[in-house]
Design a protein around this ligand. Structure first.
Ligand code: PEP
Ligand code: CO
Length: 466
């Protein structure tokens, strides 16, 4: 890669970083981190890149999901297993609907750093540094917790390793075995009006597996395991730099903290440090595309991040909001196409649909999320392309952070189990419902259902602030 080194980002405008009070301590942590083993491997990264290339051609579908921010406290077996389960279940529903293989990518094992709209937060006349994720500081509103602490990079690396170790163990142990889909049931979804549909689908999968194995007279290979990949926002560059390495027998540099790093909306300046850092990686890279993105800026981003039109290299995750997608997306599709590159388009229907509920909590309406996804499917089709995946903030647990869904959670109900410190997530049941509704829409032939894909009205308090 021309004029690139793992440190060339240091000469570029760098935003969204904490102010550590002891730069020498940061360097010491980075030095320790750079001697620890990698979290992922280059061959997993190359496999994922091939899958993303297939998704860009419309032959696969990408499901990317997880918490807005993982927390160190949530590094627990139950919450990790619940996240795997919901992603697995959603992926089955999507395979069923799309008749395409699905690639599962978690927002996990490293999603610990957050961009913020303001550097500081003021409460009751006291101003402290904003919470930037557990990789940087603590969420508690005290001077001690909010002080950026470089040692947290080591704690984050360790938590990521613990999470990945458990995920790999579960998968190797047959957690995702298609012979036992009944293991994947979680209790409270039974109340959902879509539960019967889901149940029927699980039974039909079981019947198909049994049928195929009877026909073949032997177990069909690989049905007892599925792959999961990891992703996180590559935000805290000293941390990511420490895990950027060369590997034997492959050219170039790999970021080995995650399979798929993404560049957030607030750090997507084509001339900025984050784009410079990611441009030289061998990993596939994703970028968030928000309402302020111009066609020119997008073309420059594509030119910098995927100069060679490498299959699977670049994923664009658009996040406009249900009220804006129809106006903004078509022009950006044109701008990307004019570069001559093949990119993978994914819709994040969460971050453009954040609003403030009656009680002052940040929330998102299920209906707005669904409306943005449905509009995305139709707009890509109308442009002769394909929506290749979805990017969703969700949890495998029974939280109450987004309103709506089949059980009609309203603003007043948000207080029961609102647990996110950052953005509101779909709970287990809402996430599964979303997958079923999207799978249905993806299964429709082109052009059908266009009317009902009319975007929902813009949220009352469109904020996009985080
Ligand atoms: C996020 O994905 O949590 C996020 C902050 O998104 P965006 O950069 O699109 O605002
Ligand atoms: Co978020």
């Amino acid at each position: 890669m021309k004029d690139w080194t793992p440190d060339s980002w240091r000469d570029r405008p760098l935003v969204q970083q904490p102010r550590y009070d002891d730069p020498a301590a940061v360097e010491a942590v980075v030095e320790r981190l750079s001697r620890l083993p990698p979290l992922v491997t280059s061959w997993e990264i190359e496999n994922l890149k091939e899958q993303l290339a297939a998704a860009a051609r419309g032959e696969r579908f990408l499901l990317q999901g997880g918490d807005c921010a993982e927390t160190f406290d949530d590094c627990r077996s139950d919450s990790i297993a619940a996240k795997l389960k919901i992603l697995l279940q959603m992926s089955l529903v999507l395979v069923h609907g799309t008749r395409r293989p699905v690639t599962r990518i978690g927002r996990f094992a490293g999603q610990y750093a957050k961009p913020r709209s303001d550097d500081v937060e003021t409460r009751g006349g006291v101003t402290l540094p904003a919470y930037r994720g557990d990789l940087v500081n603590g969420v508690e509103f005290t001077a001690e917790a909010r002080r950026p602490d470089p040692e947290r990079m080591l704690r984050g690396y360790e938590r990521s390793a613990l999470t990945l170790n458990f995920i790999r163990g579960l998968i190797d142990g047959g957690f995702a075995d298609l012979h036992h889909p009944e293991y994947w049931q979680l209790g409270f979804v039974e109340h959902s009006p879509l539960a019967a549909d889901y149940q029927r689908m699980v039974e039909s999968i079981s019947a198909s597996v049994t049928f195929m194995e009877t026909l073949a007279g032997r177990p069909i290979g690989q049905l007892d395991r599925v792959d999961f990949y990891t992703s996180h926002e590559a935000l805290l560059l000293p941390y990511e730099r420490a895990q950027t390495r060369r590997v034997p027998r492959r050219p170039g540099w790999y970021l080995l903290s995650t399979h798929l790093p993404w560049i957030g909306m607030r750090t997507a300046d084509p001339e900025g440090a984050h784009v410079e850092f990611c441009r030289g990686l061998r990993n596939p890279v994703a970028v968030k595309v928000g309402p302020a993105m111009t066609g020119d800026a997008l073309a420059r981003l594509i030119e910098r991040l995927d100069p060679d039109d490498e299959p699977g290299k670049l994923t664009l995750i658009h996040r406009f909001g249900a009220g804006e997608i129809a106006e903004r997306l078509p022009r950006l599709i044109d701008a990307a196409r004019a570069t001559g590159r093949t990119v993978l388009w994914v819709c994040d229907p969460m971050h453009g649909n954040t609003e403030t509920a009656a009680g002052g909590r940040k929330t998102r309406r299920f209906e707005a999320i669904l409306a943005e996804l449905e509009a995305a499917i139709e707009i890509h089709r109308a442009a002769g392309g394909v929506l290749g995946g979805v990017h969703i903030e969700l949890t495998g647990e029974d939280v109450t952070e987004c309103t709506g869904g089949a059980r009609g959670l309203d603003d007043a109900g948000l207080g029961r189990a609102y647990r996110s410190f950052v953005d509101p997530r779909l709970n287990y049941e809402q996430a599964l419902e979303m997958a079923m509704l999207v799978a249905r829409r993806l299964a429709l032939p082109q052009g059908e259902g266009v009317d009902s894909a009319a975007p929902a009205p813009a949220p009352k308090v469109a904020s996009g602030r985080s």
